[in-house]
Design a protein around this ligand. Structure first.
Ligand code: SF4
Length: 180
């Protein structure tokens, strides 16, 4: 069996889904025998490569960097998996949507208490510009499989990755479809 080119991407999420990925513990050693992790915050890859077989996408699309990244991922990946509730529904990341545009969040987070003075670090471009609304991944690009959970339990991630390695993304269902 050809080795899978596996990637993981971190968009607007808390990294908890990646922590749950690491909770697969010693099965990660088995995974290393089945797949090459070609891009991830867990490895030192600078650029998302072409020809990726499977990408687990954590987080919602919340800012311009997220938007650019997910479009690159979609163009270069055969199977895109919405990984965790934020990617699937927006979840925690989308809690700002009912407040309207991003200005209130930016003001609350980055302005001084008097709403004056330096708008650091937002005005310096350290924080990518926020989009008007936070969107789940499938609202921006087509998604091939969904793995909900906040975060998805390690056992579900393992079962999903095993199905993907075997070329059966449709097997991600049943007890794995659980939110929260
Ligand atoms: Fe964090 Fe939960 Fe969102 Fe995963 S789904 S990024 S654990 S808030």
């Amino acid at each position: 069996m050809a080795r899978l080119k596996l990637a993981t991407v971190w968009l607007g999420g808390c990294s908890g889904c990646h922590m749950s990925f690491l909770d697969m513990d010693d099965w990660l050693v088995d995974l290393a025998g089945l797949a090459d992790v070609v891009y991830s915050l867990l490895v030192d890859a600078k650029e998302y490569p072409a020809g990726v077989d499977v990408c687990l996408v954590e987080g919602a699309v919340a800012n311009e960097d997220n938007d650019r990244m997910i479009r690159t991922v979609r163009a270069r990946t055969r199977v895109v998996v919405a990984f965790g509730d934020c990617a699937v529904t927006g979840n925690v990341t989308a809690l700002r949507n009912p407040l309207g545009g991003p200005d209130l969040v930016i003001g609350r987070s980055y302005l001084t208490p008097a709403d004056e003075g330096p708008k650091l670090p937002y005005s310096l471009g350290v924080v990518p510009p926020l989009l008007d609304r936070v969107r789940p991944v499938h609202h921006v690009v087509p998604v091939d499989a969904y793995l909900p959970g906040c975060p998805p339990p390690a056992a579900h991630i393992r079962a999903a990755v095993e199905a993907l390695v075997a070329g059966r993304p449709g097997d991600i269902r049943g007890e794995m479809i659980r939110f929260g």
